[in-house]
Write a protein that binds this ligand. Structure first.
Ligand code: HEM
Length: 533
């Protein structure tokens, strides 16, 4: 079932790349030669050797040999669908981006949902954050909002991302566990790394075992910028709210589903769209004026913090509907390449150090995952005209008609002296500083929002968090790992630590910490020694 409004630009574009094949299409070689026999290789006599001459045999086996590409280094397990985005409440005067100001437009969209830690074949219902990567094929270029179903992250600085992922991925010596956080390395890192304190609460909560992709919130996590026609900036955080409400599994269901139907979330999304029960989300924004940047007791550039909604309410501005399943999973889901740096004029980044690393990392990994011309892959192409001076490289798909690939040139549309009108411009932020490895002072407080989260939970939700910690930590072999993790939990809530400790042997719950925000008390209790981070 395909919604008629999906006669959209992206569908029309991709239709041109669809190979119409059915049971009447004759089998041919890759290059069109009709094949008469595909079951028996050419041999010198019925019992003789197979001959090299058999190009069909060689082509068939050789292509098979190269079918696999590297899976995503994170978020390898996922499902995607196409749809559309319709703005209903324009951000007039705040940005020049048409996707956020033009309510007459229906913009083709695409979303890939994922787990983070597991490999491509892992189960859907494991305890893990979920990726919520949205792409808008706008008339001004692709805008990718590459978020998660949790509003904060484990680390503040992208330089820690390899450490985080090496800790949560299966352990290197035995490749265990395949898809969950319950192991020594993960808890070793999270116990020792203060930045993970807040996100750890989300990961131990019911949010980490969503009922389905259709029942998940999504968050852009970072603070981004909107730019008006004068180049004035407003800070923005993005939120997705599902029309179906936010729902979770309970742990027992999640465990059973991981065995009985490891495709549970993928199947749910596919079946819903096939049945015409199109999932919808509201896109919401939290807006902060440039001059209010420093009015919070946390730093807007710190991705381990959210902006509480009682300080800045979420304003819904548009609706995303997913209404078309992919035709070919590999072509359209495995090969989709999102990147936080895909933004359009009227938007910009902030100096969030996590975002800066992401802007580099995605494109970098996609070069090895998909090749340097991954932008030519249909699902990744913008629907607006595009013209770059990039050329050549493996798997160049298009014969470009322009004879120059440099600037300036004799046919150039770009003026050589002034920037093109309507083109992307960075926010002219005033920056001055000493080059050093340091974060802003407000980056050093890790506990208060973790407490905010825990205290906002209902009693059943608190019980679920306690059981999640008990399950996870009881799977660790090393008492020291359990103890360090418990010390951190104690900083969040003493009663929580006491409850978790009930399922652990040989650990002691430290005294309640009176001043949770105090860094030195925090450090000495977690590690038993003074330490600088
Ligand atoms: C993939 C979200 C932080 C590197 C992804 C995906 C999502 C995501 C949703 C899957 C994209 C897809 O469906 O194809 C986030 C969020 C982050 C975060 C919300 C923090 C706010 C980071 C950081 C780095 C990073 C700090 C590196 C420094 C990657 C890489 C991939 C990925 C390499 C695989 C991309 C690909 O192969 O196409 N991330 N991520 N992420 N992320 Fe992140």
């Amino acid at each position: 079932i395909v919604n008629s409004t999906v006669g959209d630009a992206k569908k029309r574009q991709m239709d041109g790349f669809t190979l119409e094949q059915n049971d009447k299409t004759p089998l041919t070689s890759y290059f069109g030669t009709k094949i008469a026999e595909t079951d028996i290789a050419l041999r010198a006599g019925a019992r003789g050797p197979t001959v090299l001459e058999d190009f069909h045999n060689r082509e068939k086996i050789s292509h098979f040999d190269h079918e696999r590409i590297p899976e995503r280094v994170v978020h390898a397990r996922g499902a995607g669908a196409f749809g559309e985005f319709k703005l209903h409440t324009p951000l007039t005067g705040l940005t020049t981006a048409k996707i956020l100001t033009d309510t007459s437009k229906t913009t083709p969209a695409y979303v890939r949902f994922s787990t983070v830690g597991g490999s491509r074949g892992s189960a859907d219902s494991v305890r893990d954050p979920r990726g919520f990567a949205a792409r808008f094929y706008t008339d001004e270029g692709n805008w990718d909002l590459v978020g998660n179903n949790m509003p904060v992250f484990f680390i503040q600085d992208a330089i820690k991302f390899p450490d985080l992922i090496h800790a949560v991925k299966p352990e290197p010596h035995n490749e265990i566990p395949q898809a969950q956080t319950a192991h020594d390395n993960a808890w070793d890192f999270m116990g020792l790394h203060p930045q993970s304190t807040h996100m750890q609460q989300w990961a131990m909560s019911d949010r980490a075992i969503p009922r389905s992709f259709r029942h998940m919130q999504g968050f852009g996590v970072h603070t981004f910028r909107l730019l008006d026609s004068e180049g004035k900036s407003t800070f923005v955080k993005y939120h997705w709210t599902p029309h179906l409400g936010t729902h979770s599994l309970v742990w027992d269901e999640a465990l059973k589903l991981a065995g009985q139907d490891p495709d549970f979330h993928r199947r749910d999304l596919w079946d819903a769209i096939e049945a015409g029960a199109y999932p919808k989300w509201e896109l919401g924004v939290q807006l902060v004026k440039e001059e209010d940047e420093h009015k919070f007791d946390f730093d807007l550039l710190d991705s381990t913090k959210l902006i509480p909604e009682d300080l800045v309410p979420v304003k819904n501005i548009g609706t995303l509907t997913l209404n078309r399943n992919p035709i070919d999973y590999f072509a359209e889901v495995e090969q989709v390449a999102f990147c936080t740096q895909h933004i359009v004029p009227g938007m910009d980044f902030t100096s969030d150090p996590l975002l800066a690393g992401r802007n580099f990392s995605y494109q970098d990994t996609q070069i090895s995952r998909l090749g340097v011309n991954f932008g030519d892959i249909p699902v990744n192409r913008p629907v607006c005209p595009f013209m770059t001076n990039q050329r050549d490289g493996q798997n160049t798909m298009f014969s470009k008609t322009n004879r120059t690939a440099y600037h300036p040139n004799r046919f150039d549309a770009l003026p050589t002296t002034e920037p093109a009108k309507g083109g992307f411009r960075s926010y002219p932020e005033v920056v001055a500083g000493i080059k050093e490895r340091l974060h802003g002072p407000k980056f050093n407080e890790f506990v208060s929002q973790a407490q905010l989260f825990y205290n906002s939970m209902s009693e059943p939700e608190k019980k679920h968090i306690i059981s999640a910690y008990q399950f996870e930590l009881s799977k660790c072999y090393e008492t020291q790992v359990q103890q360090t993790a418990l010390n951190r939990i104690n900083l969040i809530d003493h009663d929580l630590a006491l409850a978790v400790a009930e399922s652990l042997k040989d650990v002691t719950v430290p005294d309640a910490v009176p001043n949770h925000g105090n860094k030195s008390a925090f450090l000495s209790q977690v590690t038993g020694k003074s330490q600088t981070f």
